[in-house]
Design a protein around this ligand. Structure first.
Ligand code: ADP
Length: 628
């Protein structure tokens, strides 16, 4: 019979498995057992939702058996089984689990790691087997089929006989090689150990016949071997166990397998809530964002169980948007099994669970921030932006949950600080929390206004994400201290005397500034002198609610182009700078030049502030005139 070929990608992965030098080959058993358990779950679930499906719940099980002599290990389940088509589709093609794409991206790196880090599924059995047979009969079908393969050269699917629905996977274990002991997978004690280590929580019994030595009846001192069928796993779902009973290995194995992550989680949160709605939750904060996290395709949610039975794959109502990165399971005996998506939303029990979960996540994050600073910063780099969006969204109703979780880089050490840290070290005479907005820390650091505030000995928060300033505006105050954009015209760091002098001088040159403003049209609402700039000639400040940074962000939004929201910009000129003298002189002698200079200075101020020049051609012309 002609062999069918694997799809190219599957072939590559298969090849990788067969020739794997990965040391944790043992994970193949976990993969097969979890497939078996999923298959039983599917059948069980179908029996709950479809009255025609009759199964006997007590018989659902997974069986392992070993034939040492013939080097055979089998994994058998009485789950939903596979049709001929499913055998072809599921085992002839690798499931699009993202694992392969990951490998391609990192082609140059060692294969070895990737194998261990991914739940690579069924194919991992080729790490320890030289041939594999999958005999399967789908629920509701009379005919069984057998899929067989000895590796990359292809597979066959033939008609076969099998009692009852389910799947039997038969592995022919490889011969031992120089550095490889494959025979360990034919040792029942070793197999039992692996089940305990990786699959203890599976909900169905994993059974195996174990030989046992017992005293011979009536014959003192003599022993005989009897065979006893043992259940190897405790079957308590990991989230139902006490945290003290769970090993980090168990948590991580569970996480990776369940959520298809190649990295271990950054944080594990295992909690039990008592009350009107009691529940067990096991939550994970991933180290990295899923590839679609910041797209609209991403679906948040926790797996929802009712007494160990899965009732919803992604229950969105259990997680607020700002904690949407959290993965995990929640299980409550107080939920009805037949709960539907519609009734769920109004379910008081679910709401109470969600509240507990939110509180717990928040507390854990606060603890992490206080006790595991490095880890928290690692977390914040990946998901901080989500928290900031949370602060801003829904008109700021979540600000109390989130205000202590956000961090900004600050001028003090160019390190992350929390608002609490910032306010706790504010100088005595400092009234406001200063911040500056820009594309990057380096660019913000070059802003003239930042210099001025730093000169006073005040710390400045550097806001580099689009959402940052909007979030702070929503927050309004922290610890009763207002926030102030250093580029806001109202920021006032001058002494009373300086203020008076400045006012006087601005009054004196009112006409000159009017002339400059006329040259600039609607781009600015005023031009004036400032005493706040040290060496810089000019800067732009804004007045009112919309800052220049916000204007920039709003412009980028889809609605921004049709109804632009403009900041009220003021061009400020350093009255200590030589340019001030020059302007005064031109005002007396050459108004036309004064207008041109106004345009050049305005363009400069925009560039310094990290904005683009509105009319680069005009600017180039003006500068050329000046040079020649
Ligand atoms: P994954 O489990 O990540 O989807 P696998 O390669 O392990 O990938 O399995 C591919 C698919 O084959 C599964 O999604 C499932 O549909 C099917 N499958 C595997 N093992 C079994 C089994 N024992 N019973 C029924 N279906 C199975």
């Amino acid at each position: 019979m002609a062999k069918k070929q694997f799809k190219t990608e599957s072939k590559k992965l298969l090849d990788m498995m067969i020739n794997s030098i990965y040391t944790h080959k043992e994970i193949f058993l976990r993969e097969l057992l979890s497939n078996a358990s999923d298959a039983i779950d599917k059948l069980y679930y179908r029996s709950l939702t479809d009255g025609d499906v009759q199964i006997s719940k007590d018989n659902l099980e997974i069986k392992l058996s070993v034939d040492k002599e013939n080097r055979i290990l089998t994994v058998e389940d009485n789950g939903i089984g596979m049709t001929k088509q499913e055998l072809e589709n599921n085992l002839g093609t690798i499931a699009k689990s993202g694992s392969f794409e990951f490998k391609n991206e990192n082609d140059k790196k060692e294969d070895v790691d990737i194998i261990g880090q991914f739940g690579v599924g069924f194919y991992s059995a080729f790490m320890v087997s030289d041939s594999i047979s999958v005999l399967s009969r789908a629920y509701g079908s009379e005919q069984a089929y057998e899929w067989k393969s000895s590796g990359v050269d292809g597979y066959t699917v033939t008609e076969a006989q099998k009692d009852g629905c389910g799947t039997v996977i038969t592995l022919h274990i490889k011969e031992d090689a120089e550095n490889e002991n494959y025979s360990e997978f034919l040792d029942k004690y070793r197999i039992r150990g692996l089940v305990k280590k990786y699959s203890d929580y599976l909900r169905y019994p994993i059974k195996m016949d174990m030989e046992k030595s017992v005293p011979k009846e009536g014959k003192e001192g003599e022993y005989e071997t009897v065979v006893e069928t043992q259940t190897l796993n405790s079957m308590i779902p990991i989230w139902k166990k006490q945290p003290s009973e769970c090993t980090p290995e168990e948590y991580e194995g569970f996480y990776r397998e369940k959520f298809f992550d190649y990295e271990s989680p950054l944080k594990i949160i295992h909690a039990k809530f008592e009350g009107i709605t009691s529940s067990d939750v096991l939550l994970f904060i991933p180290k990295h964002a899923p590839f679609d996290y910041y797209t609209k395709d991403f679906e948040k949610g926790l797996q929802l169980y009712s007494s160990g039975v899965l009732i919803m794959e992604k229950c969105a109502d259990l997680l607020p948007d700002y904690f949407s990165f959290v993965r995990g399971v929640a299980d409550s005996a107080d939920l009805s099994l037949n709960i539907s998506r519609e009734t769920l939303q109004h379910d008081a029990q679910l709401k109470s669970m969600a509240k507990n979960i939110e509180k717990k996540i928040k507390n854990e994050l606060v603890k992490m921030l206080e006790n595991e600073r490095e880890k928290y910063e690692e977390f914040f780099k990946v998901f901080g932006i989500q928290l900031k969006y949370g602060l801003y969204s829904d008109y700021g109703v979540h600000k109390d949950v989130l205000k202590d979780l956000i961090l900004f880089i600050s001028s003090a050490e160019k390190k992350y600080v929390s608002l609490k840290e910032y306010t706790s070290r504010m100088k005595q005479d400092q009234k406001k929390i200063y911040y500056a907005v820009g594309e990057s820390v380096d660019k913000i650091d070059m802003l003239p206004q930042v210099d001025a505030v730093k000169d006073k000995g005040y710390e400045v928060l550097y806001l580099t994400d689009d959402v940052d300033e909007f979030a702070l505006k929503m927050l309004m105050t922290y610890d009763d201290k207002e926030f102030a954009n250093v580029c806001d015209g109202s920021v006032d760091l001058l002494s009373e005397q300086d203020k008076k002098d400045l006012e006087e001088e601005n009054r004196q040159y009112e006409d000159m500034f009017k002339c400059m403003k006329d040259a600039l049209g609607d781009s600015v609402s005023a031009v004036r002198f400032t005493k706040s700039l040290k060496n810089h000639p000019v800067c732009l400040v804004s007045e009112g609610d919309v800052s220049l940074g916000m204007e920039k962000v709003l412009e980028k939004m889809p609605e921004g182009a049709s109804a632009p929201v403009k900041a009220n910009a003021v061009l400020e000129i350093n009255e200590n700078h030589a340019i001030a003298v020059k302007l005064k002189e031109l005002y007396g002698s050459d108004r036309e030049k004064l207008s041109e200079y106004a345009k050049i200075l305005y363009a400069q101020a925009r560039l310094i502030g990290g904005m683009s020049v509105e009319n680069p051609t005009e600017l180039a012309g003006l500068i050329c005139d000046l040079i020649s």
